[in-house]
Design a protein around this ligand. Structure first.
Ligand code: NAI
Length: 290
């Protein structure tokens, strides 16, 4: 029986994963590099829990209980009694490898590990641990408390029991799992990110303005968000990282990251999280930056 879940990385995704696990009744250990990042994450989670209370999805007691179930830490020794650990650190293979190197000496022998990576090979990440059979991809969607889908990805060595355990947990979180094979970016991002990259090319080539592109896809394709708005929401660094993985992993020029996306990331304009991307978020309403 899974009782305690570790989450590594308290960014956008890590704090959402910790949130839904705690609301579902699991004890959670949430780790990041610094206390500052952890306190930012707990504040963001508090705001998200309050929103759920306002919508009647949770009561004040449920909220307080969920917060009490979460322990924050910068020390990997605190993962010693976790039944499973979900890694949601920065989308960078070297960073994730380092995380697993530090993590595994601290784990129980039968503890399971998942990565929330958007695009990196699960088989390759599994090989950076001491337990590839107990490792798989569990890919949540952003924002985690609101999005119902979870992609479950087996590595070549993943055992059936590992898949069953993570499937049971995602279902207890109220999510709907779908299986994807271990190909670059899996299913959703394989389709979504090239669409976003194409929207950025459309801007880069001057075919349309930020507003025209987003309005075009909202009204013309019935998408709830425009692709540039969505790129800012995902994080432009994450978008670029996924395109690079598609480009390298599938060796097809159709996945070439748009130079404008590369420039924005080089400028540190990463979208909502830095308050500037294709829109400026410093005022009450987002304002297009081009
Ligand atoms: P983020 O940049 O918001 O958060 C990453 C966090 O990891 C940061 O707080 C950072 O300090 C922390 N971190 C870095 N190295 C660490 C280490 N050694 N130990 C502990 N913490 C460390 O990134 P985000 O968006 O939360 O992405 C995390 C993962 O989730 C990535 O693998 C990404 O591909 C994936 N993902 C992202 C989605 C999105 O829409 N942003 C959607 C689904 C998956």
């Amino acid at each position: 029986m899974v009782q305690k879940i570790g989450v590594i990385g308290a960014g956008l995704m890590g704090n959402g994963i910790a949130h839904v696990c705690a609301v579902a009744g699991y004890d959670v250990v949430l780790a990041d590099l610094t206390e500052d990042r952890l306190s930012d994450a707990m504040q963001a989670m508090g705001r998200n829990l309050d929103r759920q209370v306002r919508r009647g999805l949770l009561d004040e007691i449920g909220k307080a209980e969920a917060v009490n179930r979460i322990k924050t830490t910068t020390d990997y020794a605190d993962f010693g009694d976790c039944d499973m650990v979900i890694e949601a650190a920065t989308e960078n293979e070297a960073v994730k490898r380092q995380v697993f190197e530090k993590l595994v000496p601290n784990l129980k022998p039968d503890a399971l590990i998942a990565s929330n990576t958007s695009s990196i090979s699960i088989t390759r990440l599994a090989a950076a641990t001491d337990r590839p059979s107990k490792f798989m991809g569990v890919h949540f969607m952003n924002p985690v408390p609101m999005m119902n889908l979870v992609e479950l990805i087996r590595g070549i060595a993943t055992e059936e029991e590992t898949v069953a355990a993570f499937k049971a947990v995602t279902q207890r979180l109220g999510k709907i799992p779908v299986s994807a094979e271990d190909f670059p970016a899996f299913i959703v991002n394989r389709i979504l990110l090239p669409m976003i990259n194409e929207a950025i090319y459309t801007l880069y080539e001057g075919v349309g303005s930020v507003e025209a592109i987003d309005m075009g896809m909202k009204l013309g394709a019935n998408h709830p968000m425009g692709p540039l708005e969505l790129a800012d929401f995902i994080g432009l660094d994450t978008c670029l990282a996924v395109m690079q993985v598609l480009y390298d992993g599938l060796a097809d020029t159709k996945y070439r990251p748009c130079p404008l996306l590369v420039k924005y990331v080089e400028a540190g304009w990463l979208g909502r999280k830095t308050k500037r991307g294709f829109y400026d978020y410093n005022g009450p309403d987002p304002v297009p930056t081009r």
